[in-house]
Design a protein around this ligand. Sequence first.
Ligand code: HSE
Length: 440
Amino acid sequence: MSEKAIKIGLVGFGTVGSGVAKILLEDGDYIKARTGLKLELARVVDIDTKKERPVKLPAGILTSDLNSLLNDKDIQIGIELVGGTKIAKEIQLKMLAAGKDVVTANKALLAEHGNELYTAAHKADKCIAFEASCAGGIPIISAIRTGLAANRIKAIYGILNGTCNYILSNMSKKDESFRTALKQAQDKGYAEADPALDINGHDSAHKLAILASISFGCEILPSDIFVEGIENIDIVDIRYGKEMGYTLKLLAIGQKTDDGKLFLRVHPSFISSDNALARVDGPFNAISIFGHAVGQTMFYGRGAGMMPTASAVVADIIEIAMGNSKKLFKHLTLEPRNKISSSIGKIDELASRFYIKLKVSDKPGVFAQICTVLANHEISLSGVLQHEEHNTANVVPAIVITHLTQQKKITAALADFAKLEIVKSKPVCIRIVDIPEDSD
Ligand code: HSE
């Protein structure tokens, strides 16, 4: 007797959708041998049914009619890969109402409206699986929800945007310009349709909102996260940082303090070049999670691109088909906003070390003035760097590294620097993040 296939309907036949179709069509036997599941791609919905794609679908399954998927009672799992938030949300709600479990890679939607969608899924007795929403092919959602389930998570440090990591590593390793590196990341299919979301840090913030919500068990919105992108990073600062033992990364950080405060931020960060995250290059993502029982863990893999993201989507299909997702999803309850908003810490309260570059006049007493400003704000220096430069303008870059200090003190010092006659352009200020490392 031939066993019944699990029927799947896919909405969004773009880059990731094509990858999902490719795996389901080409690797079905392999998946069946490993899981016992016969998966069948029964319907693919896209507004463009004519465009050439890198995968050939069986005749008759591609359509522009969403209802043909929704009304097909045999389709158990609906995959939403259209992106955006408005139409995608409607599609997911319709899929749930039509009795389908949902798989999505839509980080923006889940970051903004996750709790509403999870509640709708709970009411419909269905589940939403979203492994592909964060860090591409790395099974980080599954790791947090199951592998690390015994842990109270204390901190997350993530390189969550492949495009930014590709740009920063090419600037650092190949001395490429920001624009050249961005163009390559776009050509390779890592960047969002609107790459501004990558480089302004908001894509990382969406992913952090999802990871922090499931790690800390409360509804975290992108607006809770302090965000600064990499669009103003100058290759010169990457070079100075390197000379002083630091590598520049766009880090997404979620920390829970002992008194229950949550600090959530995405910003360019100098980290020690000896730290494992500093060695994560190109489009790769990595996430270091600290749990009270496990200590430090580290997850690494491709964070963007067709097949890595498709790998995560298919993993979710398998988990749903095996019945695991639904059991776990029942317990995905997040503390509501009104209970947690007072626990969200402000960046001003956070202590950090800082890299500050000032372009200053090359004349006597300049460092004395810099030190006076820092001393006035009780900021202690931990390092200085100035190279000889010979230019007609007599302007030199002076770099100072601070000890731990509060953001608000640095903000005040930067305002004072701007008032000095010897300071010739807007100071550059980049946070230095000292990631704890477990050791024996
Ligand atoms: N644009 C994203 C990135 C794709 O570069 O990481 C994966 O979300």
